[in-house]
Design a protein around this ligand. Sequence first.
Ligand code: SF4
Length: 291
Amino acid sequence: MTERATEGVSAMPGAPGRRPPAPRKKLKPKRRKPNPYLAWAKRLERTRPGITAFTLERLRGLYGPQPWVRRWDPTSELVMTILTQNSADINAEHAFVELRRAYPSRRPPERHTPGPGWGGVGLPEGVPPDWALVDAAPLEELVEVIRPGGLPNQKAKGIKAALRSIHEARGDYSLEFLGDMTAIDARTWLTAINGVGVKTASVVLLFSFGLPLMPVDRHVERVARRVGLLPKKANAEQAHDHFLAMLQPDEMHEAHVNLIRHGRLVCHARNPEHDRCPLRERCRFIDPKAP
Ligand code: SF4
């Protein structure tokens, strides 16, 4: 027996060779990491009281209230949103009209009534595409059909991947079931599809079901950053969850529509029109110390 092995023998009668168990250290309860989105929302309210409400109220004064109205079915919304990625809305509309023409379904005609904030003119009434035909179409053919929308190779792949994923998971192409899920669960389901990001999923769920999500496009992000609603280091994807922490669920739709309109009409990327902006007295782009 080595010297080390005999240690503690006398201290433990009846259990030779074993040390008495060390008294257990009391474990400190682990501090939960604070939710960074809630933390920012609280900090913003503490350091700039009422800034979110001020922004929403002033934009409502300029553009009016924006009651939610369903635009159209969620699968059409998803495909249209993919078509708008990095393209003007009006070009996405041209591509969608071509989809209807090339792959008509037997479903009743539908109308696309996008409402304010949309950059196109809306689609005339027409028979929706048959998504099974689009899914089955050769990729090169689909690329040619949607070419008027821009970036056709990338978008044709995205549309086919999305339709295939929906069909594999559900057995058809309907996304109506998402309306029965919570906003975050539905967003998680959609973003699991390759090529569907948080913005695209939020558009589909906000406009098809009124689920309280905030799509953050470049206009929304620009205005929000200039006013100082978002942390400087937050990226575009994180901006979505910052809005969820800052806004009430029933404020999402109006906030989204009015921020987009403001970004398009007044707070342009170049030469923003500060003089006719109702946010200027609290805008950090004008005054980095604005209250
Ligand atoms: S004051 Fe100027 S920068 Fe600020 S939100 Fe208005 S237009 Fe944009």
